[in-house]
Write a protein that binds this ligand. Structure first.
Ligand code: SF4
Ligand code: SF4
Length: 462
């Protein structure tokens, strides 16, 4: 882990009086009600008639969300999560999962030193519950800062001191102080997991991932290495879902979730985008989009889906809606290590795709016509194989003789080695030709109104 300059270190573990004198603290900017986030959550739970029922040793867990070289996109994603929703975690609504007390620069009520106090308490080991660190954005090498003003910071120390003696504390420094006592450290988004855009070619800030910063020997108090939820921005559900799984584990109610070699939750990142893509059928039949907006597979206009591990095609961007190829965008590999450099230039056919897409094209040219024959045949009831009792025009027009021959053999092949239920053909089913039930009952008058039919029948009787 890179050493921080002493001038940015602040006062590790401020003297205790600073942490316990919140009643004497000055007013907070913006937080006119002087409410704490925990009090607000308690009010919300009380208004819903909820009492916190813990099913394990933990009633609550603090989550310290820190932001480094980030665009805040991860915060936007996570605050829009739906399965589970962030609100479910914050109000302790998920059975067995302890209440999450989120400490976040945007979402927490407290401001100024009231905000920083919680971080100091965690560092000093004075919190009344375990904590998890969630880090958004990459970690800059703060030794490179001019004038020792951090690239990214949260709060300044010492608490309650005048501005002339204070030092802004970089979020890298907070990670360094908080990680040893954390129950888990979660890197959220590709910048935090692999370095992402701030660490791309020309990286003037020395940006790196949380793993790079803490090193491979890092373990949390519960023995976990850094957990990585990549994506630029990540699927919000992937974060809340992983937090839920980890908290159930900490609560003793669930197994240790499975992570892969890169610390990604296995159940979220084991498969490629391509395996769940809504356009995978087009790839398999060898039909490819030429322009943006086309409905076919996007591989020839820059999709890396066949080799990229991401579950957005299954989860959608928010609440199973949207998400890359669902919305017409090719995959540019934003969840992967090396993004963006290893996936640039974007929107160009990826290397290797020419071989696989041409193989699909060749196979598809044989498979597609056969499937259309079978598809037409499956669109017929046995009793009206040749004449459909529908007034709607056929999109396929008249069926050729070759088509009929192939269809005949297809039909035979399908039931090779097994007994077909019922008659084999319309002819066998209706040797005298198919007639609907009204036709059989009323003969040629079956389409006439009942009164008219009666009149006609009377006339015939006379
Ligand atoms: S659009 Fe991309 S992910 Fe979808 S089928 Fe084509 S190559 Fe695979
Ligand atoms: S499909 Fe590709 S571009 Fe889209 S979120 Fe997943 S990895 Fe990123």
């Amino acid at each position: 882990m890179p050493e921080m300059p002493e001038s940015q270190m602040g006062e590790a573990g401020s003297p205790e009086p600073h942490l316990s004198e919140t009643s004497k603290m000055p007013d907070q900017i913006g937080n006119v009600g002087r409410r704490t986030t925990e009090e607000l959550v308690a009010d919300i739970c009380a208004s819903q008639g909820k009492t916190q029922l813990s099913l394990g040793p933990l009633e609550k867990v603090y989550v310290f969300w820190l932001a480094g070289m980030s665009c805040d996109g991860c915060t936007v994603s996570v605050s829009g999560a739906t399965e589970p929703a962030l609100e479910d975690l914050l109000t302790g609504s998920i059975p067995g999962v302890p209440l999450v007390v989120l400490h976040h620069t945007v979402l927490t009520l407290e401001s100024g030193d009231h905000f920083t106090t919680s971080l100091e308490k965690a560092v000093a080991g004075k919190l009344d519950a375990p904590y998890v660190v969630a880090y958004e954005g990459s970690i800059a090498d703060e030794r490179l800062t001019a004038g020792c003003e951090p690239f990214s910071s949260s709060g300044s120390l010492p608490l309650w001191a005048g501005s002339e003696v204070r030092q802004r504390i970089s979020t890298a420094e907070w990670v360094k102080r908080l990680a040893p006592g954390a129950a888990a450290v979660i890197a959220v988004g590709t910048c935090a997991t692999w370095g992402g855009i701030p660490a791309a070619y020309g990286n003037v800030t020395g940006s790196m991932s949380v793993m790079d910063f803490l090193g491979k020997d890092y373990r949390s108090t519960t023995g976990l290495s850094v957990i990585n939820i990549p994506g630029c921005a990540p699927v919000g559900d992937n974060f809340t879902d992983a937090v839920q799984a980890i908290l159930l584990f900490l609560q003793g109610l669930g197994p240790l979730p499975e992570f892969d070699e890169l610390g990604r939750p296995k159940w979220q990142f084991a498969e490629t985008v391509h395996q769940r893509c809504v356009r995978a059928g087009y790839y398999e039949e060898g039909t490819f989009a030429k322009n943006y907006g086309d409905k076919e597979c996007l591989v020839e206009i820059g999709c890396w889906g066949p080799v990229v591990q991401c579950n957005i095609t299954e989860k959608g961007a928010v609440g199973h809606m949207g998400g890359c190829m669902n919305a017409g965008g090719p995959c540019i590999g934003c969840t992967m290590p090396g993004f963006p450099d290893k996936f640039s230039p974007f929107y160009k056919s990826p290397p290797g795709s020419t071989v696989s897409s041409n193989a699909s094209r060749l196979l598809g040219s044989i498979i597609r016509p056969l499937r259309r024959i079978s598809q037409r045949e499956r669109n017929r009831e046995i009793r009206w194989h040749d004449t459909v009792p529908s007034g709607w025009a056929s999109e396929q027009g008249d069926v050729s003789l070759t088509h009929k021959i192939l269809e005949f053999f297809y039909e035979k092949m399908q039931f090779m080695g097994s007994q077909r239920p019922g008659p084999h053909s319309a002819k066998e089913h209706f040797p005298a030709g198919y007639r609907s039930l009204p036709e059989r009952l009323y003969g040629e008058d079956y389409q006439v109104l009942p009164e008219e039919r009666e009149k006609k029948a009377e006339k015939r009787a006379e």
